[in-house]
Design a protein around this ligand. Structure first.
Ligand code: ADP
Ligand code: MG
Length: 378
């Protein structure tokens, strides 16, 4: 039940190597579920292992419950970690695997039994306590690994891609179990690493989206820190805009025509689009990027919104919805439109898109988002 503070945390693995983590400043509240997400190699595991005490902190300060952690060994931090590879002892039963850590710590027998029983209850492992790991499915093994963390009753749970070895159906089921576990345990804080933005969106109270910092000295490793809906509705830069959401946000190059207090007008492929952003201070003619999500584009030439005229290139039918891939201009990236039901157009068909100003995002030449002028859901 501890707050975790990262103060200017930096990491490099050796002098002369690039910074793996550059200036991470974060506060994870008591009992919060925080997800570190980002592309492979961006430093998620490194940041998590610094919390666990498995990696040294090169610069900056880490506090758990206001106590400095930098020099404290892992066993004294009140944390428990669950890895992607379950790392169970093959010759021990489920019960022995869960009890082992407590035995090493010298807990008494009755207490170990009580804690193992409680963890087995929470994880529905009670009927499996006498089995060996090889007699369990992948999902059950991962639950035993989580059980080993639960019996330690830590203040902070650390998960490093715990679902990566499971198949798609089991991932969803285990994801729901982890969300329930957080709810049931209540007071413990959790930090959860994944490269999967859907896992991040569904599990997190707060998301830390990391980007590789190598060679980028002037920007920190944290691309954005906030609630899932914050990152979805108010991405602060192009990297966040394109990482969160599936299919990803459409981004179209354009030029600023004029900027007013409540909105800006942008030229995109010869058509004028209004975005509800404040771009004042940027010169007319400056290059900008217009962003809009596939689910926010409207379809058809009747109704509100600025129009864009495109041609259908290709289509994917998913049953409940279809994804239409559209040519806006030769050499330009395809624009994705998401529509309900079965689309019936043929390739080459002309399509009119409509863009509502409040659904448009606008980014400057460096990829930084202009401030939105219309409030969106929290
Ligand atoms: P992620 O978990 O986001 O995939 P990691 O934290 O594992 O990323 O790695 C981040 C970067 O740090 C990578 O470029 C990786 O090669 C590098 N790295 C990780 N561990 C070490 C190490 N022990 N020594 C040197 N470089 C490392
Ligand atoms: Mg990793």
């Amino acid at each position: 039940m501890s707050r975790i503070d990262f103060k200017n945390i930096c990491k490099r693995y050796a002098p002369g190597l690039p910074w793996t983590i550059n200036n991470a400043n974060l506060t994870i509240g008591r009992g919060e579920f925080c997800v570190f997400v980002g592309p492979s190699g961006c430093g998620k595991s490194t940041l998590l292992r610094m919390v666990a005490g498995l990696e040294s902190i090169t610069e900056g300060e880490l506090l758990i419950g206001d106590k400095p952690m930098n020099k404290l060994p892992p066993a004294k931090r009140g944390v428990a970690m669950v890895f992607q590879s379950y790392a169970l002892y093959p010759h021990m039963t489920v019960e022995q695997n869960m009890a082992f850590g407590l035995q090493v710590m010298g807990s008494d027998k009755a207490e170990i039994e009580r804690k193992v029983k409680k963890a087995a209850d929470i994880l529905q492992l009670t009927p499996l306590l006498d089995r060996l790991p090889k007699q369990l499915s992948g999902g059950q093994r991962q639950r035993v690994a989580i059980g080993r963390a639960i019996v330690k009753e830590p203040d902070v749970f650390l998960f490093d891609e715990p679902l990566s070895n499971l198949d798609a159906a089991l991932r969803v089921q285990t994801r729901l179990e982890i969300a329930k576990l957080h709810h049931d345990i209540g007071k413990a804080s959790m930090i959860y690493v994944t490269h999967d933005q859907v896992e991040a969106m569904t599990l997190a109270d707060k998301i830390v989206l990391l980007r590789a910092g190598q060679g980028v000295q002037d920007q920190g490793s944290v691309a954005q820190f906030g609630s899932p809906m914050d990152l979805y509705h108010r991405p602060q830069n192009l990297f966040v805009a394109e990482f969160i959401g599936s299919p990803k946000m459409n981004v179209m190059p354009g030029k600023l025509v004029r900027a007013e207090e409540s909105h800006a007008v942008v030229e995109v492929h010869g058509e004028q689009i209004t975005a509800a952003v404040d771009a004042r201070g940027t010169a007319a003619g400056a290059p900008v990027s217009l962003g809009i999500r596939p689910e926010h584009l409207l379809h058809g030439d009747v109704g509100e919104g600025c129009q864009l005229h495109v041609k259908l290139r290709q289509m994917e039918r998913l049953g409940d919805e279809s994804l239409l891939y559209l040519d806006i201009a030769p050499e330009s990236p395809l624009v994705t439109l998401r529509v309900e039901g079965h689309a019936t157009q043929s390739p080459g068909a002309p399509i009119t898109l409509r863009l509502m100003p409040e659904q448009c995002h606008l980014f400057d030449g460096a990829g930084k988002a202009f401030r939105r002028t219309v409030e969106l859901p929290a």
